[in-house]
Design a protein around this ligand. Structure first.
Ligand code: NAD
Length: 273
């Protein structure tokens, strides 16, 4: 008998992680649902049980011990798919916690799962269009270099030194962290490719989720961006999950090491002179 196909979704309790879990469950034998807030995991698990064996896991993705426990669950089968949507936004945390969750957390889970990558493994990590907008003004190579060592014990201090005090703005820290996610995905794709594994990032624009709504309520710039969005509306969690499902499917078998921008066209509009 072949080993069970295992899928992992982080941030699975709500928003885009939940939408990814709903699409992934019918494609795997076992699905591990990770979220640091366990309040929604029970209901999500009950919903998905008709499709796959569900393992709910209350864990912080930036905790290496918890990610080792996740890897132990996954090692009971064959790692098929990872949708890593767990993340926090600028209004949710200090700059250090934004970078710790969004970039260090991504490095932690990918590092833990990396030894289990095999032919047919595919992963998608959530970045953001803010990483692309940050790049429009030109980025300091010293900060980019500092982003590339997220598992160093001195990472946050090294990043603060390279970026200067501006990174203490959570909004800027978020953009840098998400840029770090895109860079990490490119490095990891090179490592996983010879083993038959793929990894991409996805950069959502303004999406109607609890996080998206919180940012829109707090940041006036979001209304301006929505106004400039060619499709004239926010995206839905399921529209993003549909793209993730494609990236994780065999239909995307030659796609790795790249970022996919899913923003209703707003970055294209903002780049017009
Ligand atoms: N909503 C948007 O407009 C938007 C835009 C660009 C990028 N993103 C990114 O997309 C991803 C999903 O966003 P969303 O809007 O669905 O967010 P959300 O806040 O609605 O849901 C995120 C989920 O992740 C969980 N989570 C947060 N930190 C965690 C941690 N350290 N460990 C485990 N679980 C954790 C939360 O408990 C929550 O259930 C995030 O990485 C976010 O930064 C969102």
């Amino acid at each position: 008998m072949s080993s069970p196909r295992i899928g992992v979704v982080t941030g699975a309790g709500r928003g885009m992680g939940l939408a990814c879990a709903q699409r992934m469950a019918p494609t795997v034998d076992t699905i591990v649902l990770v979220d640091r807030d366990e309040s929604n995991l029970g209901a999500v698990g009950s919903e998905l049980e008709q499709h796959a064996k569900v393992i709910p896991m209350a864990a912080d993705v930036s905790d290496p011990v918890a990610m080792a426990a996740l890897a132990a669950h996954v090692a009971t089968g064959s790692l098929r798919a990872v949708a890593h949507a767990a993340g926090v936004s600028p209004t949710m945390a200090s700059w250090r916690d934004v970078v710790r969750v969004d970039l260090v957390g991504t490095a932690c889970i990918i590092d833990a799962l990396s030894p289990l990558v095999t032919t047919g493994t595919a992963a998608v990590c959530f970045s953001s269009m803010s990483a692309l907008l940050l790049g429009l003004g030109g980025v300091d190579p010293a900060v980019e270099a500092a982003l590339d060592d997220p598992l160093s014990p001195t990472f946050l201090d090294d990043l603060r030194e390279a970026a200067g005090p501006s990174i203490e703005d959570s909004g800027l820290a978020y953009a840098w962290a998400k840029r770090g996610v895109q860079r990490l995905v490119r490095r990891v794709a090179i490592e996983w490719g010879p083993r038959g594994g793929r990894i991409c990032s996805i950069s959502p624009g303004i999406i109607d989720t609890p996080q998206g709504r919180q940012e829109s309520a707090a940041q006036p710039a979001m209304a301006m961006m929505l106004e400039r969005t060619p499709l004239g509306r926010e995206g839905t969690a399921d529209e993003l999950a549909a793209v993730v499902a494609f990236l994780l499917s065999d239909e995307a078998s030659f796609l790795t090491g790249t970022d996919v921008l899913v923003d209703g066209g707003v970055c294209a509009a903002l780049q017009q002179p």
